[in-house]
Design a protein around this ligand. Structure first.
Ligand code: FE2
Length: 194
């Protein structure tokens, strides 16, 4: 079925019900497009020792092996997907892609990951290695720090036993199908031993 209006101010509730149903039916397209975008990172190298697909897979592999929540593993996998489009603002692109499917802590972990990562390299550009300090006190601070310090900045090793994208595909499809849509409730993800 197709809604027949040619301008929105002539649309009806019935037509929007059709569009809503079609959009919901096509939700698996989100995971398909996201996985395709992620795969395209295999051609983004930009001087690093690994391409950006391998880097993303390695960050997700490290997070999973450290027992991170599946939603955090999902976010680790996609954290640099924005580089498929634009490196300078890649954290915001990735954060926007995952926002409807993850809890706030995980969204922020990705949105500001570069400033946390900066601890390990901003000094080389005359930047502030303590850029993360502006986020002190945020409930997701420890999670974002753990992501940057343990899983992201360490994930440029071509010799690491990195899991393939196929391993993570079911997780991407499950989360992006909206089955975790109860994202309104706050949830804390820092599972670092207290
Ligand atoms: Fe990264």
């Amino acid at each position: 079925m197709t809604a027949t209006f040619t301008r929105m101010d002539e649309s009806t509730a019935e037509q929007w019900a059709v569009i809503g149903a079609e959009t919901a039916k096509n939700q698996p397209r989100v995971a398909d497009r996201t996985l395709a975008m992620l795969r395209s990172l295999d051609s983004v190298v930009d001087g690093f020792a690994t391409d950006q697909l391998t880097h993303c897979l390695q960050a997700a592999t490290r997070a999973e092996r450290d027992g991170a929540d599946p939603e955090v593993v999902f976010a680790a996998l996609l954290h640099d997907i924005g580089k498929a489009i634009s490196v300078p603002n890649h954290p915001e692109i990735a954060a926007a892609i995952i926002k409807p499917y993850v809890h706030d802590d995980v969204y922020w972990m990705i949105k500001v990951h570069q400033d946390f990562q900066g601890r390990h390299y901003y000094a080389h550009f005359g930047g502030d290695p303590n850029a993360r300090d502006q986020y002190e006190g945020q409930p997701w601070y420890d999670l974002a720090a753990r992501f940057a310090d343990e899983w992201d900045q360490t994930a440029f090793d071509p010799d690491y036993d990195t899991l393939p994208l196929e391993h993570f595909e079911p997780l991407v499809r499950e989360i992006m199908a909206g089955t975790r849509s109860a994202v309104g409730a706050p949830k804390r993800y820092d599972n670092r031993p207290q």
